[in-house]
Design a protein around this ligand. Structure first.
Ligand SMILES: Cc1cc2nc3c(=O)[nH]c(=O)nc-3n(C[C@H](O)[C@H](O)[C@H](O)COP(=O)(O)O)c2cc1C
Length: 194
């Protein structure tokens, strides 16, 4: 069944040499080749500021760039979020994206104390994280704490599920052959929209 997918490329650096961009492009190509509809949000090219006040977060009127992102997320059956691990977490630009886009009234109910506050139910997600350390070190020694925060406090809280993850560790140490294999893996994930 054909799906609507939004790929959120969360790398702040627009340099095409960044591997996250290649992973995002491969996922998009695979998905399009299989007949899925794909919207690509390249955050490095979108003007996003962090939210500064609770009043803005709860009742502010987002600008056109944020509204376009909300439209893309709202229209999607499946979200793919790709980012490099920076200082143990997602880059600040991606965090600003979630603050701006996943506002009350869009991603969660204004009354967040309800049992099911999420407004994005029915959508699935995949998170892809690249990092300098080996993936198993992040998962087992650091307990993947920032990944769990994204999964639980942002995506699952918004009603999104299931949420799958791909960790790409030791990124700088990988051979060209190994990188090509990762690109093919992302292409295959795009084809099955998972
Ligand atoms: C500002 C910055 C902070 C980083 N912090 C971490 C970190 O905490 N842990 C880690 O394993 N790698 C860290 N790295 C390495 C990046 O995760 C790695 O270079 C990136 O995933 C490579 O993907 P790219 O080619 O798309 O940039 C950091 C890199 C930068 C530039």
């Amino acid at each position: 069944m054909s799906k609507s997918i939004v790929v959120i490329d969360g790398h702040p650096d627009p340099d095409p040499a960044r591997f996250c961009h290649a992973l995002a492009a491969a996922y998009c190509e695979g998905a399009q080749a299989a007949g899925h509809r794909v919207a690509l949000l390249t955050l490095a090219r979108i003007a996003i500021d962090p939210v500064r006040t609770r009043a803005d977060w709860e009742d502010g009127v987002p600008g056109p760039a944020v509204r376009d992102c909300q439209h893309a997320v709202g229209a999607a059956d499946h979200l793919v979020i790709i980012y490099p691990l920076w200082l143990g977490s997602m880059p600040a630009l991606l965090k600003a994206f979630f603050e701006q886009v996943f506002r009350p009234g869009f991603a969660i109910k204004h009354d967040r104390m309800q049992r099911r506050p999420g407004l994005l139910q029915g959508k699935s997600a995949r998170i892809v994280v690249t990092m300098g350390m080996p993936g198993f070190v992040y998962r087992w020694f650091f307990r993947a704490h920032s990944l769990k925060n994204l999964k639980r406090n942002i995506l699952a809280f918004s009603g999104i599920g299931p949420i799958r993850t791909t960790l790409v560790g030791n990124i700088e140490g990988r051979s060209a052959t190994n990188r090509a294999h990762l690109i093919e893996t992302m292409h295959a994930l795009g084809r099955v929209a998972k």
